[in-house]
Design a protein around this ligand. Structure first.
Ligand SMILES: Nc1nc2c(ncn2[C@@H]2O[C@H](COP(=O)(O)OP(=O)(O)OP(=O)(O)O)[C@@H](O)[C@H]2O)c(=O)[nH]1
Length: 424
């Protein structure tokens, strides 16, 4: 694992477009933003708090030793709380959604339940996220990490429009990684483990951002079993065969476990579950290969140095894989804008040509006479089409409002040999 922060010049050269053209994106800042996502109770807030206090301890210890993987010379991580319903946090957020939106009042005002209240509060906050992003962009050259703690109900952030807006806005402004927190003691059953992995996989494919699986609470349950299941397909099969997929099978012996039929084999339901798990684990095998995994205890701080190393690796991945896509998008947008400008200019030129033709002397044009009410009428009852000015021809008797042109004066030379009012 890489331990050093990428140097600015290395980052810049890695981020430059492959065709050698100048980058259309702002320079890559010093900070990496870490979006902390996880199931309710997985320990997101405790983990976020641990990241904050880790800086303090590593900063104080760095005076005696300089081997800390986190750049302790930088300012402390910049903390953002996006959970409007959280009671107390173990850290002092720099930006707190609760300062902007009171989710209880939102619930009352819109007659919503708790989840609807949290979602609506997040949506309201997201309408102001451009201001938050401005603040974060300013801080991004002063600190190494910007940490965002997300709402307890995972889907409120991961599957909402506001979650996507926040994630995309951050990722287009600075290197951004997702830290997916897993409650390790509650993941020892194969089915729970599998559903957690599927959820992580769906977030990875939705955000396309560098991803770190964080097995939290390793003080209560080491995460070795999970690593084994991820790296050795047969071990997971064994865990499935050993018993009911929904029971923690790792820690119990096959004989001691309840479940199963009278003959000691799995029931029909268990058999179906095991077979489903089996096929899904095959699908996830590919996903595991591209994952960074760390085990941490947010309570003791164990494993946090490995987490920061994983963040550095993920930052590199952002620069080499994600940023070129952003660059391509920026180039496409620029091309579209320029194409639009060209089209407008061509249209203007076309219009001007039509305009100059309509202003030129027209030998075959029927003469006009003035009728009693001072309006001009064409002789012989032939009514000419009028030029609207934007390339569109409109019928003179249509209800559409005609454009108004100021008469430029008798001395006005159009530059094409005609002088107003036109001769003849
Ligand atoms: N043993 C142990 N307990 C932990 C650890 N991290 C968090 N916890 C406990 O897990 C519980 C939930 O932690 P939170 O940080 O509130 O979890 P959360 O994901 O932010 O919770 P919500 O936002 O409500 O979904 C708390 O009781 C924490 O003390 C850990 O590393 N080890």
């Amino acid at each position: 694992m890489a331990t050093a922060q990428p140097s600015t010049s290395a980052a810049a050269s890695a981020a430059a477009p492959a065709d050698g053209s100048a980058s259309l994106l702002p320079p890559i800042p010093q900070a990496t933003s870490i979006i902390v996502i996880g199931m309710a109770g997985s320990g997101k807030s405790t983990f976020t708090s641990a990241l904050s206090s880790y800086h303090e301890t590593s900063a104080s210890s760095s005076s005696s030793s300089s081997s800390s993987p986190s750049s302790s010379s930088a300012a402390p991580p910049y903390m953002v709380n996006l959970d409007p319903a959280v009671g107390s946090l173990g850290y002092e957020p720099n930006v707190d959604i609760r300062d902007t939106v009171d989710y209880r009042r939102v619930m009352q005002q819109y007659n919503l339940g708790p989840n609807g209240g949290i979602l609506t509060a997040l949506n309201l906050f997201t309408t102001k996220f451009d201001q938050v992003l401005g603040i974060l962009e300013k801080r991004a050259n002063e600190t190494d990490h910007i940490v965002l703690d997300t709402p307890g109900q995972i889907e409120i952030f991961t599957w909402s429009a506001s979650g996507s807006i926040v994630t995309d806005a951050l990722a287009s402004a600075m290197p951004t990684v997702v830290a997916y927190i897993i409650d390790t003691p509650r993941t020892t059953a194969p089915a729970t483990f599998m559903s957690n992995m599927l959820y992580a996989c769906s977030i990875l494919y939705k955000t396309k951002l560098p991803f770190i699986l964080v097995f939290n609470k390793t003080d209560a349950q080491p995460h070795d079993f999970a690593l084994e299941w991820m790296h050795d397909f047969e071990k997971f099969q064994e865990a499935l065969k050993a018993g009911n997929a929904t029971e923690p099978s790792l820690l119990a012996t096959a004989g001691a476990r309840g479940g199963g039929n009278a003959a000691g084999g799995p029931t029909e339901e268990q058999g179906y579950m095991n077979s489903l798990m089996n096929s899904m684990s095959l699908v996830l095998d590919e996903f595991y290969k591209n994952l960074r995994t760390v085990g941490v205890s947010s309570l003791t701080g164990d494993g946090l140095p490995s987490f920061f190393e994983a963040v550095n690796e993920a930052r590199q991945e952002y620069i080499t894989d994600y940023r070129p896509d952003l660059e391509r998008l920026a180039a496409q947008r620029k091309e579209k804008r320029e194409g639009e400008k060209r089209r407008q200019l061509e249209k203007l030129m076309r219009d001007m040509q039509v305009d100059s033709k309509s202003a030129a002397p027209r030998p075959a044009a029927p003469s006009t006479r003035e009728d009693g009410d001072g309006e001009e009428e064409e002789e012989g009852g032939v009514v000419e089409e009028e030029y609207e000015g934007d390339g569109q021809i409109i019928e003179p008797d249509s209800d559409e409002e005609k454009p108004h042109y100021d008469y430029p004066g008798p001395e006005y030379d159009r530059g094409d040999g005609t002088v107003w009012p036109r001769p003849g």
